[in-house]
Design a protein around this ligand. Structure first.
Ligand SMILES: NC(=O)c1ccc[n+]([C@@H]2O[C@H](COP(=O)([O-])OP(=O)(O)OC[C@H]3O[C@@H](n4cnc5c(N)ncnc54)[C@H](OP(=O)(O)O)[C@@H]3O)[C@@H](O)[C@H]2O)c1
Length: 478
C-alpha cells in the first residue's frame, strides 16, 4: 500500500493573532490530511494544545539563518506547507521594514534549506498596507489587480514578496499571499501582539464604564459615518488553508475581508451595548475628517491610556479578568484604525471567483472574540453570558426611516406658512397705512383686508395710494 501523502505544517507567529488562528484551523482538520503541525514563536507558547500533532519549537527569526537551520532541522525537515505569520510591530510605518524584512528572509532561507525535498507551498501573511491604505486615500475597494504604489523603498511587504518571488522562481515550491484588513481575533500571549482592535476596545469601554464616562468614538466623524470592513482571524486561517491546498490557487495573492461591510455609526453602539453601556443620542466631534488626506482623531487612545491602568485594576478587582491585560492594549493601532479620514475597504472578489465562500458577520466576530478573551480569563465575564443576544431586543421598534423625511417636510411647511403669515401681516399693516393715505371708504377697506391675509397673492392687495411702500414690500417678499 502506498504511503499516505499527508501534509506537514509549519506555522510561525503562533502567539500572534494570525498564527494562533492558523493553529486552531489546522487542528480541526483530519489527521489523514495534516499529520504534523509544527508551531513556532519567539516566546514559549501560552496555549496548551492537546492535539498530539502539535509540536512547539521556539525560534527567533532575527537570528542568523544558519542558526535557524540547525534549530529547525529535526522537526521541520518534512514540512510541506509553511505559513508565515510572524511580525514585529512599530507605530512608525517607516521603520516596519527594519525588522520585518530580515524576519521573513531568515525564515525563508532556513525553511527552504531544511525542507528542500518536501516543501510545496509558502504562505506569506501581509495586509492592506500593500495598497497603501495606511498612508492616504486609495482606490476603494482595494483589489489584487491594483499595481504597487510608489513607496520610496518603505513598504516591507514589497521586500518580503520580492524575496519570495525570486527564491520560488528557482525552486519547486509555490506560494500564496493573504492580505487581511484589521484583524478581529484572539491573541493568547500579550503583550507582544501589535494590532488587536477587539481587546483594546474592550479594555477602553470597561475602563470608561468604571469611571462613569461615555466611551467616545476616538476617530473622526467622517470615518464614523462611512463604510468599513474587517477580517476575523479564524476566517483568515480558513482562507489561508484553502489557498495553500488547492492547485489552481498557487502563486496567487488574495485579499481577505469578512465579506460584509459595516458603519461604525451602527457598530459602535452595538459594541458598547455588549458591555451594557448605552450611547447618548448626540456625539460631539472635535475631529470631522473633512480633510480626507490627513488622519483626524477626536482624541488619541495612546494619550487616553496614560495613567488609566488603575481603572483597569479596579475593573478586574470587581469583575475578574487579567490585571496585566491593560498593557496588551494596542492603542496606537486603534488610533490609526479609526482616525483615517478616507475609505479603506477591500474586495474579496478574487477569492470568490477562485472558489472561497466563507462569510462572516463582523459584529458577531467581535462578540466571538470577546467571548474567547473571557474564556481565557483576560476579560471579565461581565456580559459574556449575554453574547449573541441581539443588541436591540426584537420587540423594540426602531424609528421609521421615513419619519425623519416627514418631520423635515412638516418643519419646512410650517416655516413657509409662518413666513407667509408674517408677510401677509406686514402687507395688511401697509395696506392700512396706504388706505389711510388714500382715505378709502369703509366698504372698500373690508374688501381688501381678507385678500391681504392670503399673501403671497401680492398683486391682489395692491393698495391705492403710496406706491413706493408697495414696491419695497414686494421686493422684500420676492
Ligand atoms: N493584526 C492586524 O490587525 C493585522 C491587520 C492586517 C494585516 N496584518 C498583518 O498580518 C501579519 C501577521 O501579523 P499579526 O498581527 O498576526 O502579528 P502579531 O499578532 O503581532 O504576532 C506576531 C508574532 O510574531 C512573533 N515574533 C515577533 N518577533 C519575532 C521574532 N524575532 N522571531 C520569531 N517570531 C517573532 C511573535 O512571537 P512572540 O509572541 O513569541 O514574541 C508573535 O507570535 C503581519 O504582516 C501584519 O502586518 C495584521
Amino acid at each position: 500500500m502506498a504511503p499516505l501523502n499527508r501534509k506537514v505544517a509549519l506555522i510561525t507567529g503562533a502567539n500572534g493573532i494570525t498564527g494562533n488562528a492558523l493553529v486552531e484551523e489546522l487542528i480541526r482538520q483530519p489527521e489523514s490530511e495534516w499529520s504534523k503541525i509544527v508551531i513556532t514563536s519567539r516566546r514559549p507558547t501560552q496555549v496548551f494544545w492537546q492535539d498530539p500533532r502539535v509540536v512547539f519549537l521556539p525560534l527567533d527569526f532575527l537570528r542568523p539563518a544558519d542558526e535557524l537551520v540547525e534549530a529547525m532541522a529535526l522537526l521541520c525537515h518534512d514540512v510541506t506547507h509553511a505559513f508565515f505569520a510572524s511580525y514585529v510591530h512599530t507605530a512608525d510605518f517607516k521603520t516596519l521594514k527594519d525588522c520585518n524584512v530580515p524576519l521573513f528572509e531568515n525564515f525563508l532561507v532556513a525553511i527552504d534549506k531544511v525542507a528542500r525535498d518536501s516543501l510545496q507551498r509558502v504562505i506569506l501573511h501581509t495586509g492592506g498596507k500593500h495598497y497603501g491604505i495606511h498612508l492616504g486615500p486609495t482606490e476603494a475597494p482595494v483589489h489584487e489587480g491594483m499595481g504597487r504604489y510608489e513607496d520610496y523603498g518603505e513598504n516591507f511587504y514589497y521586500y518580503q514578496e520580492d524575496f519570495m518571488f525570486a527564491m520560488a522562481a528557482k525552486r519547486q515550491w509555490d506560494w500564496n499571499i493573504i492580505r487581511p484588513h484589521a484583524i478581529i481575533g484572539y491573541t493568547p500571549a500579550g503583550p507582544g501582539n501589535g494590532m488587536s482592535e477587539a481587546l483594546t476596545l474592550a479594555i477602553y469601554i470597561l475602563c470608561c464604564q468604571e469611571n462613569g464616562n461615555v466611551p467616545v468614538f476616538p476617530g473622526n466623524e467622517f470615518f464614523y459615518n462611512t463604510v468599513d470592513d474587517a477580517s476575523f482571524a479564524p476566517s483568515i486561517a480558513d482562507m489561508s488553508r484553502w489557498a495553500a491546498t488547492h492547485d489552481h490557487t498557487k502563486n496567487e495573492a488574495f485579499n481577505h475581508t469578512n465579506g460584509d461591510t459595516f458603519m461604525w455609526k451602527y457598530l459602535w453602539p452595538k459594541l458598547l451595548a455588549y458591555f451594557g453601556v448605552e450611547l447618548p443620542d448626540t456625539q460631539e466631534w472635535q475631529a470631522t475628517g473633512e480633510d480626507h488626506t490627513r488622519m483626524s482623531n477626536n482624541f488619541l487612545m495612546t494619550e487616553w491610556a496614560k495613567g488609566k491602568e488603575p481603572l483597569w485594576t479596579a475593573v478586574v478587582a470587581k469583575h475578574g479578568g487579567n490585571p496585566q491585560a491593560f498593557q496588551w492594549g494596542t492603542w496606537d493601532f486603534f488610533d490609526w484604525a479609526v482616525g483615517k479620514a478616507w475609505v479603506t475597504i477591500g474586495s474579496v472578489g478574487k477569492a470568490r471567483k477562485y472558489g472561497w465562500t466563507r462569510y462572516e458577520d463582523t459584529y458577531e466576530c467581535w462578540v466571538k472574540t470577546f467571548r474567547s478573551f473571557e474564556n481565557a480569563g483576560v476579560l471579565p465575564m461581565i456580559k459574556g453570558q449575554g453574547a449573541f443576544k441581539p443588541a436591540v431586543p426584537r420587540t423594540k421598534l426602531l424609528p421609521n426611516p421615513g419619519a425623519l423625511a416627514q418631520k423635515r417636510a412638516a418643519a419646512l411647511a410650517e416655516k413657509e406658512a409662518a413666513e407667509a403669515a408674517a408677510a401677509a401681516t406686514t402687507m395688511v399693516a401697509e395696506g392700512e397705512i396706504a388706505a389711510l393715505v388714500a382715505a378709502p371708504t369703509a366698504e372698500s377697506a373690508e374688501e381688501e383686508a381678507p385678500a391681504a391675509t392670503e399673501a403671497p397673492d401680492i398683486p391682489a392687495v395692491a393698495p391705492k395710494g403710496d406706491s413706493s411702500v408697495v414696491v419695497s414690500h414686494v421686493e422684500q417678499v420676492m
